[in-house]
Design a protein around this ligand. Structure first.
Ligand code: LRH
Ligand code: MN
Length: 397
């Protein structure tokens, strides 16, 4: 039975929870072996805002949408006016701005890490253009991921590339306005398969610290070696005040970008626990951007996003149930079983009744998925977009 005190802790936690949705999560994406087209998928920035607006409308916790510049604002700041009008129309705000420095032909040997200074400059120009887009849209975060690396030993000078990245990120930091942040995302491999220039949390940390005080580290849960302890990375970055944000998803093997909590929900719970315990202990709110980064190749894209947000809300509520006082005491006394039970008891508590009450009290449906399905929105967009989407057959080779 959940006590009133526990129910209050959940309500307080959920009232402050915001989860940012990725525009690309609503588009037809695939793997290198194929793309299974969905007739209802979003292909225009308006359709992406409309679909994200649906998820926010039914869940109430997704007020912002992350944008990838070349995919969502191909004309840069000239597209900002249109995006601002879409934000108003669909009740959302533009969230983190993600430059694209990985798809253009010039980036074959890298972007900020490319041996060719002209390519490094072109990458920096695009990144600073993305900063300008963020300013136009009132977005706080510039979210930086680099595919840079190499595929074979000896083919690149890793030390030189590290210096070029330090220079490029320092120049990026200089372009930020007050109140803006830059989030440095790391990834151990893919698409590079011998070395990746920003491969782990330590490399991202060193580069963020050398860039400047507005730079933080972004943790994508899919960007870790299989046996890595992600919540330990989170605890370190929290303690160093260098944790800027998350890209949540789930995986069985590598950067699988599966729906959050579908494979290892206890992993996400342990991450949320480290953050909420830090906030309890320090009395201060961790300044973290919670974002989703997934590609829904098989599941219906909007349903997968509602499922993801519902799962995040549930795991965050469970983490809010940990008895921090008792846990701190057990930890200091090394009462191992009792300490672990503080987490296990919270994780095994069914928080859904309290979440349903919280939703209803906020004018939200008790069951967002059912409400979405009853709305007929999916049938409407399938009819509107089907022909266009199913005509876009592509092949890998
Ligand atoms: C790279 C990544 C990055 C995004 C991309 C869509 O794997 O996680 O955050 O730019 O996915
Ligand atoms: Mn990511």
């Amino acid at each position: 039975m959940i006590t009133d005190r526990q129910a209050d802790a959940i309500v307080q936690a959920l009232d402050s929870l915001h989860i940012e949705l990725p525009s690309w999560g609503f588009a037809n994406t695939g793997t290198r072996f194929g793309k299974f087209l969905q007739p209802a998928a979003a292909s225009t920035i308006e359709e992406k805002f409309s679909d994200a607006g649906q998820v926010h409308h039914w869940t109430g916790v997704c007020p912002t949408i992350a944008l990838h510049v070349l995919w969502d604002l191909p004309n840069g700041v000239r597209d900002a006016h249109h995006v601002r009008s879409l934000a108003v129309k669909y009740g959302l705000r533009a969230g983190s701005i993600n430059p694209n420095v990985f798809q253009d032909q010039i980036y074959k040997f890298g972007s900020l890490g490319n041996p060719d200074p002209n390519v490094r400059q072109a990458a920096l120009d695009h990144i600073l253009g993305s900063v300008a887009v963020a300013k136009e849209l009132g977005s706080r975060d510039l979210s930086l991921w680099f595919a840079d690396g190499s595929n074979y030993p000896g083919t690149q000078n890793i030390r030189h590339r590290r210096k070029w990245f330090a220079e490029g990120l320092h120049a990026t930091h200089a372009g930020l306005a007050d109140g803006q942040r830059m989030l440095v995302e790391y990834k151990p491999f893919e698409p590079a398969f011998y070395h990746t220039d920003i491969a782990d949390w330590g490399m991202a940390l060193v580069l963020a610290q050398s860039a400047g005080p507005k730079a933080k580290v972004l943790v994508d849960t899919g960007h870790h070696y299989a046996s890595q302890n992600i919540e330990q990375v989170v605890a370190w970055l929290l303690d160093l005040d260098m944790l800027g944000g998350f890209h949540f998803n789930d995986r069985r093997y590598a950067d699988d970008d599966l729906t959050m909590g579908s494979i290892d929900p206890y992993q996400v719970f342990r991450i949320f626990h480290e953050i909420l315990h830090f906030e309890w202990e320090t009395g201060k709110r961790a300044d973290i951007a919670y974002m989703i980064d997934q590609s829904h190749n098989l599941k219906g894209k909007i349903e997968a996003m509602i499922q993801t947000v519902t799962c995040a809300v549930e795991l965050y509520a469970k983490a809010a149930l940990v008895d921090h006082e008792k846990l701190a005491e057990c930890q200091s006394k090394c009462a191992l079983v009792d300490a672990e039970s503080c987490l296990k008891d919270a994780f095994s508590t069914d928080v859904r009744p309290v979440i349903r009450e919280w939703s209803l009290s906020r004018g939200l449906p008790a069951d967002p998925m059912d409400a979405f399905r009853q709305s007929g929105y999916l049938e409407t967009i399938t009819a509107e977009r089907g022909q266009k989407n199913m005509a876009a057959i592509t092949s890998y080779a």
